[in-house]
Design a protein around this ligand. Structure first.
Ligand code: ADP
Ligand code: MG
Length: 405
């Protein structure tokens, strides 16, 4: 079944429309370091402003554990949104309290207000259905309709994502519509060869996606922190590199299944091994089967794929018609360990077909390394959400908008 889109809500002129966005941007000392997620909401907001709707923008930011915490205030995000929209944006100092109600009451057609961080309220993420519902009910009082556009949270059964969509007339915004279109192309009849590149640090999170994608893809490339669990499964020592010992058996199973199904599973032939986890650490390139044969012995840390691996990965990527990439190839935040990620990103820009980047850190990495968004087919705003979509899981925030696989 298909998603309910904006058109299904009819005319929204003069209506109070809650837009559940994902404005969970990275902040350093109160300054936004990557405003990609704010930019991603602009098409929906502009479409609603053009219709003369009165917008109440709601989002979470960080993990403030159900109580107000100035560190996670959405105020700087509201300011940035105002700059990007080129119009004033009001800010309510609470989410469903007096300030929010006042801000909503003073909205004129086409006006925008941002309400304070949803997660300052325990009901937003509560596991207790009653508590969650009660908070959603309070949110529902602020608006006449809900436009759900926070793709990064659609895999969460949370008050503003799930319950609120049942309480008010609701539909997907343009961002969710685009995300679902693109991810659907990755699952239904992708153009072949189809390659998936996985990296990053959350190894066990990403192993699930391998299991689901194994029967669907032609090639899986494994880099980032995850590679060491694969190398360990092959019997190689990995020093002090990131390793999930309890996943080694699972990974062995994947390697066997890949062989049976004729899926090419490529993991690194070399890595950049460092003496410690720091930007100025000494480092050398070591062969994947000899990671401890460096001056740092068993205390060496693999922090990037090696140059030979990067070349092999880039060739496999360029030779594919469909590529999905999630997770940096190394600790790209430190320039000495960014080169594998950069080579992979460059190869994705050269794909003659559909290239998709998913994941918060992966998206931040390509921007930080100087690639503009338009060089990729699509940059997904949701890491966990896009992985769960590709795993074929039911996503509550999409199902509630009419979507089903
Ligand atoms: P995404 O947000 O794109 O889904 P993750 O959150 O899984 O990606 O992982 C991103 C993090 O992985 C980055 O901060 C990066 O430094 C880290 N990382 C990548 N390779 C390694 C490695 N070899 N060892 C430790 N951390 C790594
Ligand atoms: Mg991340």
């Amino acid at each position: 079944m298909a998603l309910r889109t904006l058109a299904s809500l009819g005319s929204l002129a003069g209506k109070r429309v809650i837009v559940r966005a994902d404005l969970n941007v990275p902040l350093r000392d109160g300054v936004i370091t990557d405003d990609g997620r704010v930019r991603a909401t602009l098409p929906t907001l502009n479409a609603l402003i053009d219709q003369g709707a009165r917008l109440i923008v709601a989002s979470h930011l960080g993990r403030p554990y159900g109580a107000p915490d100035p560190k996670y205030s959405l105020e700087p995000v509201a300011q940035r949104l105002s700059e990007l929209l080129g119009k004033p944006v009001a800010f309510a100092r609470d989410t469903v309290g007096v300030s929010a109600h006042e801000a909503v009451a003073s909205l004129q057609d086409g006006d925008v207000t941002v309400i304070e961080n949803l997660r300052f309220n325990p009901g937003e993420t509560s596991k207790d259905e009653g508590e969650r519902r009660a908070f959603a009910q309070q949110l529902a009082e602020l608006g006449d309709a809900l436009v759900s556009d926070g793709f990064g949270v659609v895999h969460r059964k949370q008050a503003s994502v799930y319950d609120l969509a049942e309480l008010l007339p609701s539909a997907a915004g343009l961002l969710i519509e685009t995300e679902v279109d693109v991810l659907d192309r990755l699952t239904e009849n992708p153009e072949r060869p189809y390659a998936v590149v996985l990296g990053g640090s959350k190894v066990s999170d990403k192993l699930g996606v391998i299991a689901h994608l194994l029967p669907r893809v032609d090639t899986i490339l494994v880099g980032g922190g995850m590679m060491f669990t694969f190398l360990a499964a092959e019997g190689y020592p990995v020093g002090a590199s990131l390793l999930e010992k309890d996943q080694i058996e699972t990974v062995k199973g994947y390697i066997a299944t890949a062989k049976e199904r004729g899926v090419t599973l490529i993991f690194p032939v070399d890595a950049v091994v460092a003496s410690s986890f720091s930007a100025d650490a000494d480092h050398v390139v070591a062969a994947a089967d000899a990671l401890e044969d460096t001056p740092y012995g068993s205390s060496g840390l693999g922090l990037d794929i090696g140059p030979e691996t990067a070349k092999i990965f880039a060739d496999a990527i360029r030779g594919s018609k469909t590529v999905f990439w999630n997770g940096p190839m190394g600790v790209f935040e430190m320039p000495a360990f960014a080169s594998g990620t950069k080579t992979v990103a460059q190869a994705l820009t050269e794909v003659d077909g559909l290239s998709v980047v998913g994941g918060g850190d992966s998206a931040a990495a390509v921007r930080q390394l100087g690639f503009s968004d338009d060089r990729f087919g699509h940059i997904s705003t949701g890491g966990g959400a896009s992985l769960e979509f590709l795993e074929g899981k039911k996503l509550p925030g999409l199902e509630v908008l009419g979507w089903s696989l």
